[in-house]
Design a protein around this ligand. Structure first.
Ligand SMILES: [Zn+2]
Length: 292
């Protein structure tokens, strides 16, 4: 499989000279597996992917499997600007979790309401099917599994597997260990938050590439508890414990410029070395391709 990052920035697009290296577009990752095209999240990076797909396929019909982690702005804002969605020969299959009180399709319709965008979902032109994902699925000989993450929205992490290789895209997740009330042994099970975090480790276990939320340094995280993101050292520990091949630090904070993220990558690699691990760690950068 070949993965390509089209957007790596969390929360809000952050273009400019200070973010040239890692990129300013919000989350979007393309995976090619066999002849199929998979996309994870529809942040502002999706726009560039759409242009590139039309360059590659010209007028040939394209089928795109688009998996949405959750519907916070930074993960859907590119959808109205995805040009293949406006051309009738293409098929866009959108999968994701429901919202708290609305279906995934209702959320997409609302995003394209005339108060926000000039063209409604039904008028976009391509064959768009929006469905909530309820069980692991297969597309040809590619399998896609998912698990719910800990975020202030219904949020999914995905695992895509093909011919013995796997990629896990699990961003916008906060450790339960830091967010669930600490219950002492007199009144309740102490280990439950860790038990829940361990579920993610099991999901990731052995992945060739893990795209992990590393938005904050550990120091910053102390002031950002409950925001739904992971401190860097926890992300690294998870990758090491799950014996992944490669760790892509992802969902870069809008306040972090390239030099700051370079520092986070250095710190992550020092931690990996100290743990005696061989995980290959890098900062996800717009335009970067990773083959597994
Ligand atoms: Zn996000």
């Amino acid at each position: 499989m070949k993965a390509r990052f089209w957007g790596t920035r969390g929360s809000i697009a952050t273009p400019g000279p200070a973010t040239m290296k890692y990129g300013g577009n919000t989350p979007c990752m393309e995976v090619r597996a066999g002849c199929d095209i998979f996309v994870f999240d529809a942040g502002t990076g999706l726009r560039g992917l759409g242009i590139e797909l039309l360059n590659e396929f010209t007028s040939q019909p394209i089928t795109i499997h688009l998996f949405i982690s959750h519907t916070h702005w930074d993960h859907i804002q590119g959808f109205p600007f995805f040009i293949p969605a406006y051309q009738k020969q293409h098929r866009i299959l959108v999968y994701g979790p429901p919202g708290r009180a609305r279906s995934l399709e209702q959320i997409f319709r609302t995003q394209l309401d005339s108060d926000y965008h000039p063209i409604a979902l039904n008028d976009m032109g391509s064959n768009i099917v929006i469905q909530e994902i309820r069980e692991p699925m297969r597309v040809g000989n590619v399998s896609i599994d998912f698990m719910y993450l800990n975020h202030p929205a219904m949020c999914l992490g995905y695992k895509i597997s093909h011919e013995g290789s796997s990629i896990v895209y699990a961003t916008d997740n906060e450790p339960y260990e830091f967010t669930l009330p600490q219950i002492d042994s007199q009144t309740g099970p102490v280990g439950f938050p860790r038990f829940l975090d361990e579920k993610l480790n099991q999901f990731i276990d052995g992945a060739d590439l893990y795209i992990g939320d590393a938005q904050f340094t550990s120091e910053e995280y102390q002031y950002k508890k409950g925001w739904g993101h992971t401190p860097l050292d926890f992300c690294v520990n998870t990758a090491v414990a799950a014996h992944v091949g490669k760790l892509a630090l992802f969902h870069h904070d809008p306040f972090h410029d390239d030099a700051f993220i370079d520092g986070m990558v250095t710190s992550a690699n020092a931690q990996i070395t100290a743990l005696g691990s061989s995980v290959e760690c890098f900062g996800a950068a717009e335009g970067m391709e990773v083959t597994v």
